[in-house]
Design a protein around this ligand. Structure first.
Ligand code: N01
Length: 543
């Protein structure tokens, strides 16, 4: 990298780039941009680094991508030296890893913790962003990099009486740092997405009684988490660099799962059962969805996999009425995030656990002593909300992002998020997003996406610097073509059939737009590489 001064030395500015967030995305962006010689600072709302893994400390929090994959690839020394104890990293272990990375690469000195950004305003005269923190501090920078996360705005539904409840309340995404003890307590868990499914078996082991309030049954597969087999670890590490490269050529950014070649209905019923049984025994969601080529695009194909899992649920859960309630019937398997669990369905065979159907009898209000559904009242000592997040756009829209004299991002996105490649927004120069809406982000291995996005942004900035540009902006036409492509790809799949957070469906009033790019990480990366090779077409760089 030539040591070229950014050609704006007469403009007073605090930083070349400000990064919002110090989770896995923000930390890598800090490391990468610093390696270009840029003056960078990351602002983080939490009291520690780690993002998702800092906040989500609920019992059983664990990644559903295997640890050897769900880790940074940018340093071979790091990936060789770090020892993952389990096949799937638990939250404490992943947070320990992130803290190790922060120390190892000396990142902390440029991270300002306990600092929430409230506004970000671009001045088209100076081509600078000025950000204001919750405490009123202002900082300016040439570039603003949003690494604020996709599942980082916890959401508790606005139940009437929510402030009246006198017992303990928790949200999975805001879990206290000190352990919570539910021993001897009557606990209510609201929500049965990935967080609820992971937490419920562990709370059940402690609580005197656990009521699970389920509105929609979700598909869950066994994780089969275990200690990481040393032979497997050794073999993986022996070809780590090659495996990381191979991951870039896959739709989910994960190597080691050969792409299927057969459609589900080309197999006989017996062959399909054998294939699904093998995947069920192996554990993991990618592998299961890779049973056949068409599980996410053909309803009839998907029905065969959905029926298999429903049958498994009926086989595990002893009470037929509970089993029937737990069997998902309103969406094709995989179109909502497929959960991975450890003894989730088995938990409903315990005497101290009951499933409450809040689809047929919704929660009407919280009371001083519990909650009331349309059917009856439940006395509770504690409520754990596993009610999810304002996903993909929530964290960005919590910040008042605007161009001086122009509309706010919230206005531009009122009908749903629009981006060019998920990386930039037309009309908002010098603003980059890591794993933004319109990128594969949540539909791929997040760290692969984080590294690819950041590397692309870094190259783009290098190009701007060497060409003397101080302003980089996505063209409106390129953005609308990309948005149309993202929608067209989604419409060829079954994803839009589910009321998922991918669609914004979990937030009342949020536009129903399928937000992630589901054309595959491999296809996406090819497109990004092509854009860069063509001199960043779709972007305008201005001196
Ligand atoms: O949130 P969710 P999550 N009354 O939105 C229910 C990632 N993640 O935190 O489906 C009653 O999936 C809601 O019901 P419904 C992963 O990507 C990963 O569990 O809207 N219930 C649903 O059951 C995941 O997808 C990991 O009808 C209400 C639940 O709350 C994403 O984070 C672990 C309600 C919310 O489920 C989010 O998962 C954890 C109401 N008013 C999370 N409002 C791993 O890597 C909402 N609900 C393993």
């Amino acid at each position: 990298m030539p040591d070229v001064n950014w050609p704006v030395t007469n403009i007073e500015k605090d930083f070349d780039a400000i990064i919002v967030g110090a989770g896995l995305g923000g930390l890598y962006a800090l490391h990468k941009l610093r390696s270009l010689g840029l003056k960078v600072r990351a602002f983080e709302a939490g009291a520690g680094v780690g993002g998702t893994w800092f906040w989500n400390r609920y019992p059983g929090a664990r990644c559903d991508v295997e640890s050897l994959e769900y880790s940074y690839s940018f340093s071979d020394e790091l990936q060789q030296e770090w020892k993952w104890p389990e096949r799937y990293g638990g939250q404490p272990e992943i947070l320990r890893y992130i803290n190790h990375v922060a120390d190892r690469f000396d990142l902390r000195r440029d991270v300002q913790l306990n600092t929430r950004i409230r506004t970000a305003v671009f001045d088209p005269g100076s081509n600078l962003w000025t950000l204001t923190t919750e405490d009123g501090e202002t900082v300016s920078a040439r570039f603003c990099i949003m690494a604020s996360g996709n599942l980082s705005t916890p959401r508790v539904p606005s139940f009437p009486g929510i402030d009246r409840f006198a017992g303990e309340t928790y949200h999975t995404g805001l879990w206290p740092t000190e352990p919570v003890d539910f021993t001897g307590k009557v606990v209510g868990v609201i929500g049965t997405g990935s967080s609820g499914v992971q937490m419920i078996p562990l709370i059940a082991q402690q609580a005197k009684h656990l009521h699970v309030f389920q509105r929609t049954a979700n598909f869950s597969l066994p994780a089969r988490n275990d200690a990481l087999d040393p032979a497997r670890e050794q073999a993986h590490k022996a070809s780590y660099v090659d495996r990381r490269k191979a991951a870039l050529e896959t739709p989910f950014g994960i190597a080691g799962h050969p792409a299927p070649t057969q459609a589900a209905l080309e197999a006989t019923a017996e062959e399909r059962r054998a294939a699904y049984e093998a995947k069920w025994a192996e554990g993991g969601s990618i592998s299961f969805l890779f049973s056949y080529t068409d599980l996410l695009v053909d309803q009839a194909a998907n029905d065969t996999a959905s029926a298999f899992v429903r049958e498994k649920i009926r086989g595990i859960v002893k009470d037929p009425a509970t089993a029937a309630l737990l069997a998902p019937n309103d969406h094709p398997i995989g179109t909502k995030r497929l959960c991975l669990d450890t003894h989730y369905y088995e938990t409903y065979n315990r005497d101290n656990v009951s499933l409450v159907d809040v689809r047929s009898a919704p929660i009407v209000e919280l009371t001083e002593t519990g909650l009331r559904t349309a059917e009856r009242e439940y006395k509770l000592d504690a409520i754990a909300f596993a009610t999810g997040f304002d996903a993909m756009t929530g964290a960005m829209l919590e910040i008042d992002i605007r161009v001086e004299g122009g509309p706010a991002l919230a206005e531009k996105w009122a009908g749903g998020p629009t981006t060019y490649l998920g990386l930039m927004v037309a009309g908002f120069p010098n603003l980059f997003i890591i794993t933004g809406p319109g990128s594969p982000s949540v539909k791929t291995q997040m760290i692969v996406a984080i590294e690819q996005h950041t590397d692309w942004i870094a190259e783009c900035l290098t190009r701007a610097r060497t060409s003397g540009a101080t302003r980089i902006e996505a063209d409106a036409k390129a953005e609308s073509e990309w948005v149309a492509h993202v929608n067209a790809v989604a419409d060829r799949t079954l994803y839009p059939l589910a009321n998922s957070w991918y669609m914004g469906a979990n937030i009342p009033g949020k536009p129903r737009i399928f937000m992630p790019y589901v054309g595959g990480f491999d296809a996406y990366k090819r497109k990004c590489d092509e854009v860069a090779a063509n001199g960043y077409d779709g972007l305008t760089m201005t001196p």
